[in-house]
Structure formats: structure tokens, C-alpha cells
Design a protein around this ligand. Structure first.
Ligand code: ADP
Ligand code: MG
Length: 257
């Protein structure tokens, strides 16, 4: 976002609103009073050590994890504690796209069919429309020549770009990414980050967990540092990376940068 877009976004209702969210796994308090708002078009990058609660945080946003107190609102739909969200859970799942570390493609479906499945089944769009959208998205992520292949015939970087196209086919209002390049060979990381960068430039609202700090600095409007289930520090990337205030952020960055 540029400055005027940011100014404008601040006056729009947030797409994500987390209000004092707490989550426990047994005795483990994995999310502690998480307050977080994400504005339309904003790119939020979440960083922190392994086990700090990053995945749990973003998985709560599309209802993949339950939480025990607080509230989450996604594009006006409320998620409630203990999974008591009713129909809004379905709505949120159709409006929020997610890309995981493991690509999670359907192995028995062709690339094109992976992308058309949800538009056909969940949106109820007809085959022609769904296929047109799939082919456009596959072209956009640079793999239109692979549409008739099966996932196992593709490289990891290509599979992850299919996963991105599949999520985008539902025309999501928000995209979540959980370490999308962590399972990739180094030479394939760039092609996935390029596709994500393009999406960010087009104005998609994104929450991204990543260890790619150069990418984070470049695309993030805001970087959030999580430690022990808490948001310890947040701010514009230059502030967090060049001038972290919290000692935990400093020691984390000293290890990863
Ligand atoms: P991160 O993504 O930052 O590595 P996670 O959100 O995956 O962290 O995990 C946060 C903490 O919660 C870790 O201590 C992890 O072991 C624990 N945890 C995650 N998922 C579960 C689960 N399903 N059951 C029990 N503990 C879990
Ligand atoms: Mg994780």
C-alpha cells in the first residue's frame, strides 16, 4: 500500500478483527489476549520463533482452530469461542483462501480440476465459467502449460503456485499463508514469492507467516512479532527490522537475519 491507500484503508472497516482472543491446548496457553485488526488491502507479515503460535493465530482466522475466549470477525462474520460460530464459519471458509506449507493438492485430480473443484462444488458456478477462471489463474501464476498434469508430475514450486491459483479461484476477500515456501527447494522459493508479491501489489488483503525476511521487508505494510502466544511488537517493516524495541524481537532477528 502507498500512503494514500493506507490513509484510505484506515477509514474502512477492517477485514479481520481479533478481540482479546485466547486459546489453550490443554495447559498450554498458545494465544494470549490477541488483539489484531487487518485493514482492506493490508499485507501483514507474522514472524516469530518456532512454537510461538503463528500458525495457530492464522488458523483461528478461518476457523481451522477453535479458541476459548474473545471474538474474531472476518469481513463482518463472527467466529465465536468453542466453535459456536454457526453458519458464519461456512461463510468465512468460502471467503478466506489459505496456502499451507504442504501444498495439500488433491493427488487424483489434474491441476485444472484442483482449481475448478471448489468453484464448481461450493460456489456452484458452471463448468465453463469455472474452467475459464481456472485457466486464467493458472496463466497468471505461470503454469498454464501444466493444466492437464497431475500434482505429482510438478515441481514443488509449481505445486505451490497451483495451490495459490486454487485458493484465488474462490475470489477470496482475504488470503492466509502459513510458511508457503518452507517446504520448497531454495531455487523454487523465488517463483512462489513472486506470485505472492504480485498478489500483494494488486491489493489483496494478506496475512503471511514466513521466515523470508527480505520478502517480509519488501511486501509487508506491517510486521507482527509473536512470542509465547503474544504479540510482542508490531510496526512497519523498516521499524521492526532496523530498530526493534523489544529485547525478544532483537534476539530473534539477530538469529534469523
Ligand atoms: P508456530 O506456528 O509459531 O511454530 P504453532 O501455532 O504451530 O506455532 O504452535 C504453538 C504451540 O502450540 C506450540 O507449542 C505447539 O507445540 C502447540 N500446538 C500446536 N498445535 C497443537 C495441537 N493440535 N495440540 C497441542 N499443542 C499444539
Ligand atoms: Mg507454524
Amino acid at each position: 500500500m502507498n500512503d494514500s491507500q493506507r490513509h484510505e484503508a484506515l477509514h474502512k472497516a477492517p477485514i479481520v478483527k481479533m478481540d482479546k482472543v485466547n486459546k489453550h491446548f490443554g495447559s498450554l496457553h498458545v494465544m494470549q489476549d490477541i488483539d489484531l485488526e487487518v485493514a482492506p488491502g493490508e499485507v501483514v507479515v507474522i514472524v516469530g520463533a518456532s512454537g510461538s503460535g503463528k500458525s495457530t493465530l492464522i488458523r483461528c482466522v478461518n476457523g481451522l482452530e477453535e479458541f476459548q475466549s474473545g471474538a474474531i470477525e472476518v469481513d463482518g462474520n463472527q467466529l465465536l469461542p468453542y466453535g459456536k460460530s454457526g453458519r458464519s464459519l461456512q461463510t468465512i471458509r468460502t471467503e478466506v483462501g489459505m496456502v499451507f506449507q504442504q501444498f495439500n493438492l488433491f493427488p487424483h485430480l489434474s491441476v485444472r480440476d484442483n482449481v475448478t473443484l471448489a468453484p464448481l462444488k461450493v460456489r456452484g458456478w458452471n463448468r465453463q465459467h469455472s474452467t475459464e477462471i481456472a485457466d486464467r489463474l493458472l496463466e497468471r501464476v505461470g503454469i498454464s502449460d501444466q493444466a492437464d498434469k497431475y500434482p505429482s508430475q510438478l515441481s514443488g514450486g509449481q505445486q505451490q503456485r497451483v495451490a495459490l491459483a486454487r485458493a484465488l479461484a474462490m475470489e477470496p476477500r482475504l488470503m492466509l499463508f502459513d510458511e508457503p515456501t518452507s517446504a520448497l527447494d531454495p531455487e523454487m522459493i523465488g517463483e512462489v514469492l513472486d506470485a505472492m508479491r504480485e498478489l500483494a501489489n494488486e491489493g489483496m488483503t494478506m496475512m503471511i507467516v514466513t521466515h523470508e525476511m527480505g520478502f517480509a521487508r519488501e511486501v509487508a505494510d506491517r510486521v507482527i512479532f509473536v512470542h509465547g502466544g503474544r504479540i510482542v511488537e508490531q510496526g512497519p517493516p523498516d521499524e521492526i527490522f532496523d530498530n526493534p524495541r523489544h529485547e525478544r524481537t532483537q534476539s530473534f532477528l539477530a538469529r534469523v537475519l
